[in-house]
Ligand binder design. Structure first.
Ligand SMILES: CC(C)(COP(=O)(O)OP(=O)(O)OC[C@H]1O[C@@H](n2cnc3c(N)ncnc32)[C@H](O)[C@@H]1OP(=O)(O)O)[C@@H](O)C(=O)NCCC(=O)NCCS
Length: 151
């Protein structure tokens, strides 16, 4: 898999990937397009043989980053794709000191993924998600300036 900047030509494939991964709560095409166009956002895809297998939306404001969305096609999981997308976004960001994210409490694969990258749980936001109603776990990664490339 090659990790590369998402382009408008990838929109249809990324939308299908999000539908497979998130079902009814997947972003609409309009939301996806506005994420791609947003100034502080960087969207990347993992591609193999012209097929998009992974997607990441990452945002940065000053020294603070956030993982807005990450999804890997079920056929491509446990191959390090999500880890690759996240580390590549963090390593290529300038002046990043901290990264935050929110994740459903029951989403064990995602929680394990983030923990494997060094994120720690810092808070719980009660009832944050709908359909189904669920708490969000807030996770944070502090980036050591000396240690950035070694994630
Ligand atoms: C969460 C998700 C993005 C992980 O993608 P992935 O490419 O399979 O993850 P990786 O292969 O990079 O996994 C890296 C590490 O995360 C952990 N991990 C990933 N999936 C896991 C699982 N199902 N169970 C336990 N640990 C898991 C492991 O530590 C793994 O390292 P290992 O394979 O060497 O043990 C993917 O399962 C997915 O798209 N899920 C649906 C969408 C979603 O929930 N997104 C997150 C929203 S916050």
């Amino acid at each position: 898999m090659m990790i590369t900047e998402m382009l408008p030509v990838h929109l249809e494939q990324v939308k299908s990937l999000l539908d497979v991964c998130f079902g009814e709560s997947a972003w609409s095409m309009e939301s996806l397009r506005s994420q791609l166009d947003k100034n502080d956002s960087r969207c990347t895809v993992a591609i193999e043989d012209d097929t998009v297998g992974g997607f990441l939306a990452f945002e940065q404001v000053l020294d603070e980053g956030s993982i807005v969305e990450v999804a890997v096609h079920p056929d491509c999981r446990r191959r390090g794709i999500a880890r690759g997308l996240i580390t590549s976004a963090i390593n290529s960001a300038d002046g990043l000191h901290t990264v935050f994210l929110e994740v459903r409490e029951s989403n064990t694969p995602a929680v394990k993924l983030y923990e494997s990258l060094g994120f720690t749980q810092i808070a719980v936001r009660k009832g944050y998600y709908d359909h189904p109603k669920e708490d969000a776990v807030i996770m944070n990664l502090l980036i050591s300036v000396c240690n950035t490339p070694n994630l």
